[in-house]
Design a protein around this ligand. Structure first.
Ligand code: DC
Length: 211
């Protein structure tokens, strides 16, 4: 069974996805890390994000075992990932890995921007997580403060708004709620309440009474 969780930057979809996967005993993939790792590799190799051949080559060579690298979470990498994610060839090159990951037994939870629409349109449960830009910036800023970042709240808010606009406005696989996705609005919810709401959606959709 596949569970697709999509939403904008810092909406909490990663935390929800990981917790849901733990509870269900499923595999979990934060697909944003693929775009982040690709952006990091392209920048390290001084490769133009529009160089189709080189971008596809780097995407195919991506070290998917190294996605735990904490450096991938840096705000500059998120911005670069959002830019490379506009490239259709980069997206296509990452598609097969994501679909193979999703097909694993006993099931998988994937989070991103296009999981319910493009990567796994057949997903059994689709959840679209949102929160206001200000609340997302507040959460991200808090996280960054804990890692001694000097970024101000306004810097973080601007980064989020810029990425939202780019991720929603791109022509290929834009961030959009799939028609059959449940909307989970978390602006006024803490993480445990949001998790319970997501589990209730999964319970209703799958009939799993143990959740
Ligand atoms: O989820 P994240 O903030 O780590 O993602 C970083 C960028 O990667 C995001 O701004 C857009 C891109 N991305 C994407 O286009 N499609 C996905 N499925 C996941 C991320």
């Amino acid at each position: 069974m596949i569970i697709a969780i999509d939403g904008p930057a810092a909406s909490g979809k990663g935390t929800l996805g990981r917790r849901i996967a733990e509870i269900l005993g499923y595999h979990y993939l934060d697909t944003g890390l693929l775009y982040r790792a690709l952006a990091r590799d392209l920048m390290a190799g001084d490769i133009d994000f529009d160089d189709e051949t080189a971008v596809v080559c780097a995407a195919r060579k991506l070290d998917v075992d190294g996605l735990g690298d904490p450096g991938l979470r840096a705000p500059g990498i998120g911005e670069a990932a959002s830019i490379v994610a506009k490239n259709m060839h980069a997206r296509n090159a990452l598609l097969e890995f994501q679909r193979e990951f999703a097909a694993q037994s006993p099931g998988a939870v994937l989070d991103g921007r296009d999981i319910g629409t493009i990567v796994c349109p057949e997903a059994r449960v689709k959840i679209f997580v949102t929160a206001s830009p200000e609340e997302r910036a507040r959460r991200r800023h808090l996280e960054l403060e804990q890692s001694n970042s000097q970024l101000s709240f306004n810097d973080v808010l601007q980064d989020i708004e810029r990425r939202d606009k780019r991720d929603r406005g791109r022509t290929v696989a834009p961030l959009v709620r799939s028609e059959d996705a449940h909307l989970l609005e978390t602006t006024d919810l803490d993480i445990e309440t949001a998790l319970n709401a997501a589990l209730a959606i999964i319970r209703d959709e799958t009939g799993r009474s143990d959740l």
